[in-house]
Design a binder for this molecule. Structure first.
Ligand code: S5P
Length: 264
């Protein structure tokens, strides 16, 4: 299916090149799944990419939880993801001043050289996004930022006024490809979509096909409902890597999300 037909107004209005890349991959794979590969070793991450990569559009990592990380070994993850046609998305949740965020894009993990997307909080103001963008500039790469507009964790402090200011910040920045929204609550998500409009993506964690509640305050909602409420990508961790058959699970999430997009 052609991306403009599947995505409609979103395709026409999202300006950032990474959003088009994501939407094209989604159409090739018939999937809106982003895998949260919260696994402790390089080997396990490479293995899950090989198992489920055909049904997943982007690999979301927390590089600082990888016990045996070094940049050379990490090349295996990058190569595996690229060979499966996935985007690389480091969920770093930057939250510092611009200068520090810029240097944190380098350092031990050198996120700027391999990531296509990163998350950032908006709490420190707009310069955090500019710092991230400057880091990509320096290595002559194009990347996109997803700002946390909502969270899925219970008791989080991202209230409506914070969300609104985050959207203002995102609207003003060409580097912001979209927002993280709360996938566990379709009505909150619908409101977020109406505020965001068509020009930015909303990606949602906090989705699971079976369990209602996760550990340590994580909340879950149904992935199809999240997409129908306006989510453009479902971020799935334990629902896939914790399943007895990750491949089968990935296919189920892919199909649930794709069907919901076409219904939308
Ligand atoms: O509000 C949020 C934002 C994020 S990025 N809630 C989240 O859970 N996440 C991330 O999504 C979190 O860091 C984790 O990697 C993933 C959810 O994993 P799951 O195992 O609960 O599906």
């Amino acid at each position: 299916m052609k991306a403009e037909d599947a995505w409609g107004a979103r395709w026409a209005n999202c300006a950032h090149p990474l959003s088009h890349q994501f939407m094209s991959i989604a159409c090739e794979k018939e999937s809106l799944v982003v895998l949260a590969a919260d696994l402790p070793t390089v080997e396990e991450i490479v293995q899950i990419i090989e198992d489920v990569g055909d049904h997943v559009c982007a690999l979301k990592t927390h590089v600082d939880m990888v016990e045996d990380f070094n940049l050379e070994e990490w090349g295996a993850v990058v190569d595996a993801a690229r060979s499966k046609g996935m985007l690389l998305f480091e969920d770093r949740k930057f939250a510092d001043i611009g200068r520090v965020a810029k240097t944190q894009m380098g350092g031990l993990y050198d996120i700027r050289v391999w990531s296509d997307l990163v998350t950032s909080h908006s709490v420190s103001g707009p310069d955090v996004v500019d710092g991230i963008a400057e880091a990509w500039d320096e290595v002559e790469r194009v990347g996109g930022v997803l700002l946390l507009a909502q969270m899925s964790s219970s008791g989080n402090l991202l209230e409506d006024s914070y969300t609104d200011k985050t959207l203002e910040m995102g609207t003003a920045s060409p580097h912001v490809v979209g927002y993280i929204g709360n996938g566990s609550n379709p009505s909150e998500l619908g409101i977020l979509r109406s505020k965001v409009g068509e020009g930015k993506m909303i990606w949602t964690p906090g989705v699971n096909l079976s369990s209602k509640e996760g550990v340590l305050g994580q909340r879950y909602g149904n992935p199809s409902e999240a997409v129908r409420a306006g989510s453009d990508a479902i971020i799935v961790g334990s629902g896939i890597h914790g399943a007895t058959e990750p491949m089968t699970a990935a296919r189920e999430y892919a199909s649930a999300s794709w069907v919901a997009l076409l219904e939308r």
